[in-house]
Design a protein around this ligand. Structure first.
Ligand code: ADP
Ligand code: MG
Length: 133
């Protein structure tokens, strides 16, 4: 699927939220600037999260409550060793009310469930993005 604007990416996230039920795990794959956080913003909106979503790069994880669950967003960018965050992630993965989204999952791939959804976002030469599920 091709998405050519920020608004299109937000809409994709909102639509994706409609078919999403906790517990769920989503792995987001794409270069810096691909649109991963934009997707999460749309997804959060679709779930009914009221606060603004920002990139968790410095805190590694951010949590957003919504009616009936919690969205937990991880970003392991540049982390060779997730350290204490591994236990934190394990706890989130065992929470039946959690929708867990993980960016740069390489260092934690071993503990993610096999049945996660993987969403890949690729830059296109024309400035748009190609989305693969
Ligand atoms: P990431 O989290 O992957 O680093 P961001 O979500 O911060 O990327 O998006 C980076 C930039 O790309 C933002 O300015 C955003 O508006 C823009 N963007 C996101 N999705 C698209 C798209 N499908 N087409 C064009 N621009 C996009
Ligand atoms: Mg980001």
């Amino acid at each position: 699927m091709k998405i050519t604007s920020e608004e299109g990416m937000l809409e994709f996230g909102r639509e994706f939220a409609k078919n999403l039920h906790a517990p769920a795990v989503i792995e987001l794959v794409g270069d810096v600037g691909a649109g991963k956080t934009t997707f999460v913003r749309g997804l959060a909106e679709g779930l009914g999260v009221k606060e603004p979503v920002t990139s968790p790069s410095f805190t590694i994880s951010k949590e957003y409550a919504f009616d009936g669950g919690v969205l937990i967003h991880y970003d392991f960018y540049r982390l060779q060793d997730p350290g204490l965050m591994l236990g934190d992630l394990e706890e989130s993965l065992s929470d039946p009310s959690a929708i867990v989204i993980v960016e740069w999952a390489d260092s934690v791939a071993g503990i993610l469930p096999e049945d996660r959804t993987r969403i890949e976002i690729k830059y296109l030469d024309d400035g748009g993005r190609e989305i693969t599920l």
